[in-house]
Design a binder for this molecule. Structure first.
Ligand code: ADP
Ligand code: MG
Length: 378
């Protein structure tokens, strides 16, 4: 069994998914001397550029999954939509310490919300619907505004529709008819969105990174600010909810929980069973990054106690921000640039991020105001 068996360099870590999260895991692992194998259909993908082995195949190609499992001593993933059959196979081989359960729950909003509710945690009121008629009935119980989401496969605001008033009901009913398995949630008019990124080991040791405050633009994370400007009451509840979910799901590795804050109340939004965009700031602002802590956890090694070295702001670089960033770099005195090596700078595509750290949030704000001014115009 994998329990208590430490994976040590230069053993091989297999990663399902070759995007930026896999790439940053690979960088952290390589620093420690591990070898990397990645499964991703795209040639020269962000993680492939740094891997020792690139298996170029679909994520649900069982031959490829077998091959990855064979050449790897431990396997992890960078996204939640891993084929469950594949995950179970790798788990049976004793090489998936994160387990298939966290995937099964986080790839299905129905299971996810029900688990949170069952655990006694605050969530927006919701209903599960399978067609337009059920959607209409659900809206008789819930109030406007609300949001309807597909239970599977949504990300960056894709696969959801906001219902501002009864006028939007026919569109929502069509949406439910079309997608069939949907969740309707009460819209929470939150003051802030926060996320808690944490890491848990196979033996139940847990470390929690400082809570980040997230700003979205067009449903895509734009900026994370740390520490989040929240009350101690909110911090306490968020931490308690995090520990509860971590135990409930027997999480292993780095994991993130998104929450809404209204006054002193929190509502849990969703979970990601992997490092998270809102945790990228940890690379420069903490004594250990979310990626390195993830590698320690899946390799069965003890975690490092976390310290925030300086307040931080992380800003995402989308396709349309790339050129302005490159134009600015020769004169840029602040900010740590990370680019993911993606071939095409398509609009809204996450191409990289920049992290600013400084003694205090005031100094940070001066630095990023200047940066935003320069990078939002071409
Ligand atoms: N019930 C809700 N109340 C208020 N805002 C919401 C609600 N659900 C989603 N949102 C907004 O939409 C964003 C994306 O929704 P989310 O459920 O996190 O899906 P995704 O998988 O696309 O990240 C959230 O970060 C939040 O800003
Ligand atoms: Mg989200």
């Amino acid at each position: 069994m994998l329990k208590n068996r430490a994976i040590l360099p230069p053993q091989t870590i297999g990663i399902i998914g070759g995007g930026q999260l896999g790439r940053m895991m690979a960088i952290a692992a390589r620093e420690m001397g591990y070898q990397i194998a990645v499964l991703d259909p795209t040639p020269n993908c962000p993680t492939g550029q740094l891997a020792d082995h690139h298996i170029q195949a679909a994520y649900d190609d069982m031959d490829a999954i077998q091959q990855l499992t064979e050449i790897s001593d431990v396997v992890t993933y960078e996204f939640e939509n891993v084929d469950l059959q594949a995950a179970k196979y790798i788990e049976e081989q004793g090489k998936l310490p994160q387990g298939a359960l966290a995937l099964e729950i986080t790839q299905n909003r129905e299971k996810e919300k029900q688990l949170m509710k069952r655990s006694g945690l605050p969530v927006p009121d919701f209903a599960i619907v399978h067609d337009g008629e059920a959607c209409e009935q659900a809206m008789a119980e819930l109030s406007y505004p609300a949001v309807i989401k597909t239970c599977r496969g949504g990300y960056d605001g894709k696969g959801q529709l906001k219902l501002l008033s009864e006028k939007d009901l026919p569109d929502a009913m069509n949406f439910a008819d079309q997608h069939q398995h949907c969740i309707i949630e009460q819209w929470i008019s939150f003051d802030k969105e926060i996320s808690v990124v944490f890491t848990r080991t196979q033996t139940g040791e847990i470390t929690i990174f400082p809570i980040g405050e997230n700003d979205h633009k067009d449903h895509i994370l734009y900026q994370t600010t740390v520490p989040a400007q929240i009350s101690n009451a909110v911090k306490k509840q968020a931490t308690k909810a995090t520990k509860k979910l971590a135990e409930e799901m027997q999480v292993v590795g780095t994991f993130a929980i998104e929450m809404f804050v209204r006054g002193d109340a929190i509502y849990i939004n969703e979970m990601a069973p992997r490092p998270h965009n809102s945790g990228h700031y940890t690379i420069e602002a903490c004594n250990i990054s979310q990626f390195k802590q993830h590698i320690l956890a899946i390799c069965g090694l003890p975690l490092i106690d976390i310290e925030l070295l300086q307040p931080a702001v992380m800003i995402n670089i989308l396709g349309e921000n790339l050129k302005p960033l490159l134009n600015m770099m020769p004169t840029m005195k602040h900010g740590f640039v990370h680019l993911y090596g993606k071939a095409e700078a398509k609009e809204k595509r996450k191409m990289g991020h920049v992290t600013f750290i400084a003694e205090d949030l005031e100094t940070l704000n001066e630095q990023i105001d200047q940066f935003k001014e320069a990078t939002t115009h071409d």
